[in-house]
Design a protein around this ligand. Structure first.
Ligand code: COA
Length: 322
C-alpha cells in the first residue's frame, strides 16, 4: 500500500508587501533583496487572520481538488512554527474551522521542514492502513514573529499556507520520504522566546524576532541539501535523470539554483515561487506544489522531488509520483 496526493490547495493573504514597501521601513534596497535572495514581494496576513485560518482555507481548496469532504478526513497534520496558541494545537483548530471530528489532529514544529515531517507521518499512517484520507498542511504567519526593525530578516519572510490530501493507492504515490536533523546548529536560526524559556521577557515586551546567521545557514543548507538529494535518490533507487520536477523549499533563489545544478535540472524544471512569496517556512513547498499543479506544469504521473531545510537544523525530502 502506498499513499498518493489526491489534491492540493493553497492560500495567500491578500496584502502584498513589495521590496519597494520595505525600502520605506528599513535601510534596504530592492536590488539588495533581489540579488541576495531572489525575493520581490511577500504576502502578509490581515489582523483577523491567523495560522489556523490560513491553514483551513488552503485545506478547503485541497479538499475540493481531491473531491473529499470533512466527513472523509481521518487524519490532520499541520506543520508550523507560528501556531495560533501554545495549545490547542493548530490541527485541532483546523478541525474546528472545517467541521472535522474524532480524528488524530496535531501540529509539528520542525520549522521549514515541518510540512515534510507531517507528510512523512501521514504517509506512514496511510501505508499502515490506519488512515484513509489524510489532510496535511504547512501554514505560517511569520510576519508575527519577525522583528520589522531588523533588515537582515524582515525582508526574507512571508505568510501563507498550502495543503495536500493523501489517500491510499496500490501504486506509488509517495515513493519514499527522508527526514533528518542536527541540533548542534540550533543557535544559527531560532526564535529567542518560548513558553518555557524567556516567556516572561516576551510578556514584559522584550524586543527581538527571528534570529539568523544567514551566511552560515546558507553554507550548511547547500551542503546538506546536496547530500540529501543523493541519499533520497539512492534510497528509492531512482536516477536523477528520472526527476521531472524539483519542488524545493523557497528560502533563497541561490540555494534553489545549487540544488538544481546538483540534479542537472534546468531551472525550467524547478518550481520557483520565492520571488512572489518570500520564505514561508513550512508553507513554501505545498504552496509551490499547488501553484505548479494548478497552472498545469505538474502533470499526473510525473516524478517530483520535494526537499527542504530549516531551523534546528532539520531537513527532509520526498520523492513523489504525482
Ligand atoms: N539590506 C541591505 N543590506 C543588508 C540587509 C538588507 N536587507 N541585510 C543585511 N545587509 C547587510 C549586512 O549588514 C552586511 O553588511 P556588512 O558587510 O556591512 O556587515 C551585508 O549586507 C552582507 O550580509 P550577509 O549576511 O553576509 O549577506 P549574504 O550575502 O549572506 O545574504 C542572506 C544574506 C540572509 C540573504 C543569505 O545569507 C541567505 O539567504 N542565507 C540563508 C537563509 C536561509 O535560507 N534561511 C532559511 C533557512 S530555512
Amino acid at each position: 500500500m502506498y499513499s498518493r496526493i489526491a489534491g492540493t490547495g493553497s492560500y495567500l493573504p491578500a496584502k502584498v508587501l513589495t521590496n519597494a514597501d520595505l525600502e520605506t521601513m528599513v535601510d534596504t534596497t530592492d536590488e539588495w533583496i533581489r540579488s541576495r535572495s531572489g525575493i520581490e514581494r511577500r504576502h502578509v496576513a490581515a489582523p483577523e487572520e491567523s495560522t489556523s485560518t490560513l491553514a483551513a482555507e488552503a485545506a478547503r481548496r485541497a479538499m475540493q481538488a481531491a473531491g473529499v469532504t470533512a466527513a472523509d478526513i481521518d487524519f490532520v497534520a499541520v506543520g508550523t512554527c507560528t501556531p495560533d496558541f501554545i495549545f490547542p494545537n493548530v490541527g485541532t483548530l483546523v478541525q474546528r474551522h472545517l467541521g472535522i471530528h474524532d480524528t488524530p489532529a496535531f501540529s509539528i514544529e520542525t520549522a521549514c521542514s515541518s510540512f515534510m515531517y507531517s507528510l512523512s507521518m501521514a504517509d506512514k499512517f496511510i501505508r499502515l492502513g490506519e488512515a484513509k484520507c489524510a489532510l496535511v498542511i504547512g501554514a505560517e504567519c511569520l510576519s508575527r514573529i519577525v522583528d520589522w526593525n531588523d533588515r537582515s530578516t524582515a525582508v526574507l519572510f512571508g505568510d501563507g499556507a498550502g495543503a495536500v490530501i493523501l489517500t491510499p493507492s496500490e501504486t506509488p504515490g509517495i515513493l519514499t520520504t527522508l527526514l533528518s536533523a542536527d541540533g548542534q546548529y540550533s543557535d544559527l536560526l531560532y526564535f529567542p522566546y518560548g513558553p518555557s524559556s524567556g516567556f516572561d521577557k516576551l510578556r514584559a515586551g522584550a524586543p527581538g524576532g527571528i534570529s539568523m546567521k544567514g551566511n552560515e545557514v546558507f553554507k550548511v543548507a547547500v551542503n546538506t541539501l546536496s547530500s540529501l538529494v543523493d541519499k533520497t535518490l539512492a534510497k528509492a533507487g531512482v536516477d536523477k535523470s528520472e526527476i521531472d520536477w524539483l519542488v524545493p523549499h523557497q528560502a533563497n533563489l541561490r540555494i534553489i539554483q545549487a540544488a538544481a545544478r546538483k540534479l542537472d535540472l534546468p531551472l525550467e524544471r524547478v518550481v520557483i515561487t520565492v520571488q512572489d512569496h518570500g520564505n514561508t517556512s513550512s508553507a513554501s513547498i505545498p504552496l509551490a506544489l499547488d501553484a505548479a499543479v494548478r497552472d498545469g506544469r505538474i502533470q499526473r504521473g510525473q516524478l517530483l522531488l520535494l526537499e527542504t531545510f530549516g531551523g534546528g537544523f532539520t531537513w527532509g525530502s520526498a520523492l513523489v509520483r504525482y
